[in-house]
Design a protein around this ligand. Structure first.
Ligand code: PLP
Length: 525
């Protein structure tokens, strides 16, 4: 039994075999068609007064003369349509979301309340700066705490995601090396790296050179040293790394890279495990993005929104992109032009985005920090690590942990425990959906076979973790007992069954066509 007193084994439907409902709905689970299928162009949710006979368009020739062709519904129908669609989705507000690397934690409602304050939500980047002093102060305050937490002297606030932050960091590194008259061509990336690392290096025009991992899942220091040379611009590494392990040689690694005249970029996606405990600046890091939408809560997923400020070392600080907030006699303003910034010794590499960053994310992140305080921040890191180790310790007797010893904030398993079954990592993930749990990250990192990367974060209670662990144990036992159909046919109970993920990625059908003239069928049916 779980804590709601429900059996944790999925119960077979008690409906007689073959019984279907007339409506297509099941109990209170409602089917929902596309809005184009249920709405008509003849309907609208509002009554508009007829135009006066002498009405003239104020946009002249640009006025629309044809039907707009959008489906109309009444207001209650519209409401129900979107609520029903949202219920087909899974969210951190519905249950555990143990995606490794992604840090899906609870988003405190206090942060939402702060972000909705009109002074933050109703402003525009083109407003005169004198009218947005509070917003500029908030950006400056958040920047301050990011520098304190990481022990770094500067931060670029405008990058809009982690991957964008990587681009910012590498562009700062390139600007710094070019200013030294020492353009270099290679970037070293450990083989466990997130795909965005090599992609960013390649997008910046660098050649990517992979460094192997040791048996223990960490950067091979000797292999790294062997790859260093005067054509290496940077090392990009993640710490704790994507195997959920702390790179213990980090200080020696940074010294070796600096000794070769190169710089160290750290992927900071895993800051949640170390914030308040260790400062990346003290380890020798030159640039690191912080995924505010991971470490400091703020809702994310489905491609956005995000924010990826980049902290920079003394060496890279002058090359930070514009704009940055400056304070003069208590007045906040944005350094918008290079000449002004140059007067302060800066050589910005340019701009990364049109405006100043993701305001809504900034508010939520600062709200998270201020409501936790410095001891709360450190405790969040400790609890995230404790929760991951609880999962690791509770599952490693029946699943195969990829590396010896305790982990940081995420527990990495591989598929060796499935060896004599017909069940794969993908099947396990799909069976978790039937159990009402979002799957863990699968097949990443690539350094282990059939990876299952589980990150509970600090925000899950022991009861939730116990329910997760017990369900995982039952699934593993079922797989080992040969209950293959439970897995290979999963998800059995979700609104959408097993999708053709390759076709969905390679041949996405992005446009709905009415059935009578549909020329191609949906890739994912
Ligand atoms: C999430 C993540 C990224 C990319 O960050 P986005 O904000 O999604 O662009 C990069 N590296 C690692 C290790 C990550 O987990």
């Amino acid at each position: 039994m779980n804590r709601q007193g429900r059996p944790t084994q999925p119960v077979a439907s008690s409906a007689p075999e073959g019984l279907t409902t007339f409506s297509g709905n099941k109990g209170l689970q409602l089917e929902e068609a596309l809005i184009f299928e249920i709405g008509t162009t003849q309907t609208t949710g509002v009554d508009l007064a007829d135009l006066p006979a002498n009405a003239k368009s104020r946009i002249g020739d640009l006025a629309r003369t044809d039907e707009i062709g959008l489906p109309g519904l009444t207001e209650p129908e519209t409401m129900r349509h979107y609520v029903r669609l949202s219920q087909k989705n899974y969210a951190i507000d519905s249950g555990i979301y143990p995606l490794g690397s992604c840090t899906m934690k609870h988003n405190p409602r206090l942060n939402e309340k702060m972000a909705r304050l009109p002074g933050f939500s109703d402003i525009h980047p083109m407003q005169p700066q004198s009218t947005v002093q509070g917003a500029l102060e908030l950006i400056d305050t958040l920047a301050h705490w990011l520098k304190v937490i990481t022990g770094m002297p500067a931060v670029a606030m405008s990058p809009k995601a982690g991957a964008h932050g990587e681009l910012c960091g590498l562009m700062a590194i390139r600007a710094c090396l070019e200013a030294r008259g020492d353009a270099r061509v290679r970037v070293l990336v450990p083989e466990s790296a997130h795909g965005t690392n090599p992609a960013t290096a390649a997008a910046c025009g660098y050649k990517v050179d992979t460094i192997p991992a040791t048996e223990e899942g960490r950067v091979d220091l000797e292999a790294l040293k062997a790859k260093l040379g005067d054509d290496v611009a940077a090392l990009m590494l993640t710490n704790p790394n994507t195997c959920g392990l702390f790179e213990r040689d980090i200080i020696e690694i940074c010294e070796a890279v600096h000794g070769a005249g190169a710089l160290v970029y750290c992927d900071g996606a895993n800051l949640n495990a170390i914030m308040g405990k260790v400062r990346p600046g003290d380890l020798g890091i030159d640039a690191m993005h912080i995924n505010l939408h991971k470490t400091f809560s703020t809702p994310h997923g489905g491609g956005g929104p995000g924010a990826g400020p980049v902290v920079l070392s003394e060496t890279l600080a002058p090359f930070a992109p514009l704009p940055f907030v400056v304070v003069t006699d208590g007045t906040f303003s944005l350094a918008e032009y290079a000449p002004e910034a140059e007067a302060h010794g800066a050589q910005p590499f340019g701009r990364l985005t049109a405006f100043h960053g993701q305001m809504g994310m900034f508010v939520r992140a600062l709200s998270f920090m201020m409501s936790h305080g410095s001891d709360g921040i450190a405790q969040a890191a400790e609890d995230a690590v404790l929760n991951a180790n609880y999962i690791m310790a509770s599952l490693k007797d029946i699943m195969t942990a990829s590396f010896e010893g305790p982990c940081m904030h995420e527990a990495l398993f591989d598929d060796r425990f499935l060896k004599d079954t017909d069940v794969t990592t993908l099947d396990m993930a799909k069976a978790m959906i039937d159990e009402g749990m979002h799957p863990m990250t699968m097949y990443f990192p690539l350094v282990v076979h059939g990876a299952m990367l589980i990150e509970p974060t600090e925000s899950e209670s022991k009861q939730t973790l116990d329910a997760f662990i017990s369900t995982m144990r039952q699934l593993v036992e079922a797989a080992k007992a040969g209950e293959t159909e439970r897995f290979t046919g999963a998800p059995h109970f979700a609104p959408m069954k097993r999708l053709d993920e390759t076709a969905a990625a390679r041949k996405p059908v992005l446009r709905w066509t009415p059935e009578e003239n549909a020329s191609h069928s949906a890739a994912a049916e």
